[in-house]
Design a protein around this ligand. Structure first.
Ligand code: GLU
Length: 324
């Protein structure tokens, strides 16, 4: 096979770094670091996960998976699921979705309620909790919760080409027992007519899709269509139009890391979405789909080592969308 051209931002004449070596190096660097962040405790089931773990998976253009550390260990994908529910909801409702959810960064914590009051129940974007609950409500409309969840899970299995992906019911139940703030957000939106379905049913769908368990390898596989203009490059199947893939990436870049989104763009320079389970999916357009996981979080709720690993990967491979 002809050698692949260097990444756009790689200066001519500089050797293209070896991806397999870079991934292995980063996994080793992260394994030995003492600073690991704090595991989320507000969902009791997540508090039981050990912060010692770090995993990484990078799927390159040829579909080759570079996996290291705990990259095959399933974890709670939490808010990363919101990328995929947004994709599904856009497929169902098209641009009507943007009547219910904005697409501006919030600059507020992921579960903030104050902004909703000022903005008449319309959440700032589909990745903060209120926005994702409104997206779950759209997917639920016209279906039983079981059917809506089945559609979300099958979509993940299809994208990752892996039928073993499941929902961790213990995590979902744990969140359902303690998700008072999400219930407040949902009830508040319902009072403005932003949700159509009974709040407990919508929240049931939301909590369960957040509780999907996947490994870095499975997540990176599932994200491939976003790195390739909406197409799965292995099967050639179109998942979304190129325009939609570009827009989903834009929202990931501007809103994917709560009120740490600016910092992530500054340090990593890739569209990404994190979850409080410690996972992050990141897209190097035209180059690779990436997932990292380490359960310890920074104060904004983003994986501490996950961000460091992505910063190193993007820099060493010259993948930042803003150039070298
Ligand atoms: N299910 C979590 C919640 O609603 C998702 C949080 C996250 O990963 O951002 O609080």
């Amino acid at each position: 096979m002809a050698p692949r051209p260097p990444a756009a931002s790689m200066p001519i004449g500089i050797a293209v770094p070896n991806l397999a070596e870079v991934v292995a190096e980063i996994a080793e660097e992260m394994r030995v670091r003492a600073d690991r962040g704090e595991v989320a405790t507000y969902i009791p089931e997540l508090a039981r996960v050990s912060a010692d773990q770090f995993g990484i998976a990078v799927i390159d253009n040829d579909g080759k998976a570079h996996v290291a550390g705990d990259g095959d260990v399933p974890f709670s994908i939490q808010s990363i699921s919101k990328v995929f529910t947004l994709t599904l909801a856009l497929g169902k409702a098209g641009n009507r979705l943007w009547k219910r959810v904005g697409r501006e960064p919030s600059g507020s914590p992921f579960n903030s309620i104050v902004q909703l009051e000022r903005e008449h129940g319309i959440p700032r974007n589909p990745f903060i909790n209120a926005g994702a609950i409104a997206v779950s409500d759209l997917i639920l409309s016209g279906h039983q919760p079981r059917e809506a969840l089945g559609a979300i899970l099958r979509f993940m299995q299809f994208l990752a080409d892996d039928a073993t992906i499941t929902i961790d019911n213990a995590v979902a139940a744990s969140e359902q027992r303690t998700g008072f703030r999400n219930a407040a957000l949902a009830n508040y939106m319902r009072s403005f007519g932003v949700l159509d379905n009974p709040v407990d049913l919508t929240l049931g769908v939301y909590f369960h899709h957040c509780a999907i368990a996947m490994s870095c390898r499975q997540l990176a596989m599932a994200g491939r269509f976003l790195a390739h203009n909406g197409i799965n490059p292995t099967t050639g199947l179109s998942v979304v139009t190129p325009e939609r893939a570009r827009r989903i990436n834009a929202i990931m870049l501007t809103c994917g890391h709560y009120d740490g989104s600016g910092e992530f763009a500054f340090r990593v320079g890739l569209p990404g979405k994190s979850g409080v389970g410690g996972g992050i999916i990141a897209i190097a357009p035209g180059q690779a789909s990436i997932a990292v996981w380490s359960p310890g979080l920074d104060p904004s709720g983003n994986s501490h080592l996950g961000q460091l690993a992505l910063e190193a990967l993007s820099k060493r491979m010259g993948w930042s969308i803003f150039g070298a």
